[in-house]
Design a protein around this ligand. Structure first.
Ligand SMILES: *[C@@H]1O[C@H](CO)[C@@H](O)[C@H](O)[C@H]1NC(C)=O
Ligand SMILES: *[C@@H]1O[C@H](CO)[C@@H](O)[C@H](O)[C@H]1NC(C)=O
Ligand SMILES: *[C@@H]1O[C@H](CO)[C@@H](O)[C@H](O)[C@H]1NC(C)=O
Length: 277
């Protein structure tokens, strides 16, 4: 084999082995790209859908081509490490700027006591309907006509909430009216397996909801209902729980009891919107 073709083989080998940059994706369900990391990076599983190159002590895995280079006079191409932005997240547009503001709203509107919550959030929950450019603040009025479809969730960690999975709960404590909530709380949404990524606030669901989201339907003439969203860290065995299934009545659903029965603990984030018919 000529020197040129040897060099070509080496070049091709090293291109195939091009490593992912630090903080780049290196694995996960459906991922078809490179699974090796640049020198100093270790491919680390974040969740079933995302593995990422993180700084670590393991040796790089791209050194195998160097053993055959002694006979070749050509220079093997080296992988240049371009600078990669460190993942960062910013506060959620439109949502509360800090957890104190959320807690104040929950207390002012008696949401904390109504659900019997222990509410010391460590993160901000953003809830955005597709007709909205941004999330709402806790206690904000949201027009019913934009609430038809499942909203997008986002999470901003004041303390690091991790990347999930998380469980979302939405309930209405004011059915049929705030003054006479005899059917309350009504479960509007219950879904687990929401995951974050290191670079975006948006949470993405995997799998199907236990109770799919359904639109607020306060009675005509009723004062605004306090549609409340709570996010919990998901315990390991949550997908096996049978306390609430797709067959379970949505009325008179005690969220706090459910959280205790299924090991959800206390919510790590929450918000609520005021909606009338
Ligand atoms: C919250 O509860 C207090 C005390 O029961 C009451 O005075 C107040 O009107 C309630 N506020 C709302 C918004 O329900
Ligand atoms: C639910 O259960 C908790 C704890 O047992 C209690 O404090 C709360 O008042 C109950 N009611 C509702 C409406 O959640
Ligand atoms: C939704 O209702 C509000 C009033 O509650 C109105 O101002 C707005 O135009 C409506 N939007 C749509 C998309 O129908």
């Amino acid at each position: 084999m000529s020197k040129i073709s040897i060099a070509f083989v080496l070049l091709a080998a090293s291109l195939v082995q091009a490593a992912q940059p630090m903080y780049g994706q290196c694995g996960g369900a459906g991922y078809t790209g490179d699974t090796t990391c640049v020198s100093g990076g270790v491919c680390t599983k974040v969740n079933d859908f995302y593995s990422q190159c993180l700084p670590g002590a393991a040796a790089p895995t791209t050194s195998t081509t160097t053993t055959t280079t002694t006979t070749s006079t050509s220079t093997t191409p080296t992988t240049t490490v371009t600078s990669v932005p460190v993942p960062s997240k910013t506060p959620i547009a439109g949502a509360d700027p800090n957890t104190a503001a959320v807690v104040t709203a929950f207390n002012q509107y008696n949401v904390t006591t109504r659900f019997g919550l222990t509410f010391n959030p460590s993160a901000i929950l953003g809830v955005r309907f597709s007709a909205q450019s941004q999330s709402f603040k806790a206690g904000q009025d949201v027009a019913r006509n934009i609430t038809l479809n499942t909203p997008e969730l986002s999470l901003w960690g004041v303390q690091d909430p991790g990347l999930g999975p998380f469980v979302i709960v939405m309930a209405d404590p004011d059915v049929p009216t705030p003054a006479n909530p005899s059917y309350s709380p009504v479960r509007h949404w219950l879904a687990g397996n929401y995951y974050g990524t290191p670079t975006s606030n948006v949470l993405t669901p995997s799998g199907t909801a236990i109770t799919p989201y359904f639109q607020p339907t306060p009675g005509v003439g009723s004062p605004a209902h306090r549609y409340t969203y709570l996010l919990y860290k998901q315990p390991d065995n949550f997908n096996q729980q049978r306390v609430v299934t797709s067959q379970t009545s949505i009325v008179n659903w005690n969220v706090t009891q459910f959280a205790a029965q299924t090991g959800l603990g206390n919510p790590i984030a929450g918000t609520f919107m005021m909606t009338v018919m």
